[in-house]
Design a binder for this molecule. Sequence first.
Ligand code: GAR
Length: 191
Amino acid sequence: MTKNIAIFASGSGSNAGNIIRYFRDSETISVRLVVSNRSKAFVLERAGILRVPSEVFLREEWESGGANVLAVLKKYDIDFIVLAGFLARVPDAVLQAYPNKIINIHPSLLPKHGGKGMYGHHVHEAVVAAAETETGITIHYVNECYDEGEVIRQVTCPVLPADTPEDVANRVHALEYEHYPQVIEEIVLLN
Ligand code: GAR
């Protein structure tokens, strides 16, 4: 039976696009919906081009418990949720309805450089400022606390002495594109 997934994203959505393309011909996993908290997020254009429906919920709907979000997830028969650059909090109603069925990717080796406010380029700037010699990605389950759910997979890459935050971002993005769809496939099919 096909498992339906929803991708939650707030920004450019390059990971979302990569995940949609990866599963386009899959017989077991279907990307049914893209959900965003920003009406101008570029991920919505990507979803349109790739012919995946999208829904936007504004701040009140995310912050008032999440009943509207949950109703739409049920309408699309969503089995599993994938966060890909999603910067709002997942509402309690959604967390409760999808136990161990929501995963996130973070662009560092958690617990390093995680937590509130640590997203996208802020993370890579912190990695360079801390003179780290390695960084990477963390794919983890989502619970009520930012970036603190059980880790599923970490993959590392070097940080070179002359690297700018942008160099680090490019290397980390490449790891995300390579590994996130495969990990999604493994975890969704386990459930
Ligand atoms: C990705 O690097 C993702 O790991 C990160 O946001 C970026 C989104 O890029 N997520 C976080 O920082 C979550 N704390 P994208 O919109 O091009 O996929």
